[in-house]
Design a binder for this molecule. Structure first.
Ligand code: NAP
Length: 270
């Protein structure tokens, strides 16, 4: 059985660093022909693409990372990215990793409602508009044997077991946004499944990225490690393997799942 994404064209939102960068690297290492790496800052996108195209991280040597800056909280910007991909690939798009996300934490009494709007605009509306805009290309590229794939990056915090943690961290909008995208991806899986587009969600536990580093320090890395059934945080390869699996031909019948990638954290105490 072969797990690869040979020849596939992919878009990774928030691909300039962290989990999105690992996802882009995994796709290139496993055969993707073109991976569009997108985030707000043009310099960050170019730097990430250069690193992905260098011989040390570059994949099989055949694929290419292509930087494209965009704000995924802005629907017009999202449509511009998809139109650009449509033009330069002649309508080919096989994989979308809807990963760009943001968080905000503050105590309940001083939590600014505007922060909730900001988080939801990227983490929920941005994911929706990305899939909505990309759907026509994905439908055209997918087949019954090997459907196109959307992977939404949710979070263990969006699972029912994560709710007890939200108050401790003050990440009210973030928790709600992740529960919302889990639900959104399941409903889109039902709608798009028959159109040869599989929609799945991964729910990562704690990975030490720029976004999570502060939170991990505040809670205490030792505490998080000791409470995790696997006694460690997530590593880049944990994310990379699940991305390749969910985008490969042998997983063609997996549609509409929310898959924790957390060492079993969602079943234990945080
Ligand atoms: N790390 C964890 O432990 C963890 C756990 C569960 C879920 N997640 C989820 O994983 C995803 C990636 O997080 P991460 O930990 O890798 O965070 P990160 O290292 O902070 O990376 C976030 C990425 O998103 C981009 N981004 C931020 N706002 C954007 C916007 N408005 N438009 C386009 N791109 C934007 C950033 O680049 P620019 O600044 O250039 O825009 C960057 O590339 C998020 O959805 C997060 O909720 C992470």
């Amino acid at each position: 059985m072969e797990f690869n994404v040979n020849g596939k064209v992919a878009l990774v939102t928030g691909g300039s660093r962290g989990l999105g960068f690992y996802a882009a690297r995994a796709l290139l290492r496993n055969g993707a022909s073109r991976v569009f790496v997108s985030s707000r800052k043009v310099d960050a996108c170019v730097k990430a693409a250069n690193e992905l195209n260098s011989s040390s991280t570059g994949a099989s040597g055949h694929g290419k990372a292509i930087p494209i800056a965009a704000d995924f909280a802005n629907p017009d910007d999202i449509k511009r990215v998809i139109d650009h991909i449509d033009r330069v690939t002649n309508g080919r798009l096989d994989i979308v990793i809807a990963n760009a996300g943001a968080t905000w934490g503050a105590p309940l009494h001083s939590h600014d409602p505007a922060a909730i709007d900001k988080v939801l605009a990227l983490n929920v509306r941005g994911v929706f508009v990305t899939i909505q805009s990309a759907a026509r290309l994905l439908e055209r590229s997918g087949t019954d044997e090997d459907p196109s794939r959307v992977i939404v990056v949710g979070s263990v915090i969006g699972l029912p077991s994560g709710t007890a943690e939200i108050g401790k961290m003050g990440t009210y909008g973030y928790g709600a946004s992740k529960a919302a995208v889990h639900h959104l991806s399941m409903s889109l899986a039902v709608e798009l499944g028959s159109r040869q587009v599989n929609v799945n969600t991964i729910a990562p536990g704690f990975f030490k990225t720029k976004m999570a580093a502060g939170l991990i320090d505040r809670i205490g890395e030792d505490k998080l490690v000791s409470q995790n059934p696997k006694h460690r945080l997530g590593r880049p390869q944990d994310l990379e393997s699940v991305i390749v699996f969910l985008c490969s031909k042998p997983s063609a019948y997996i549609n509409g799942v929310v898959l924790p990638v957390d060492g079993g954290q969602h079943l234990a105490k945080f």
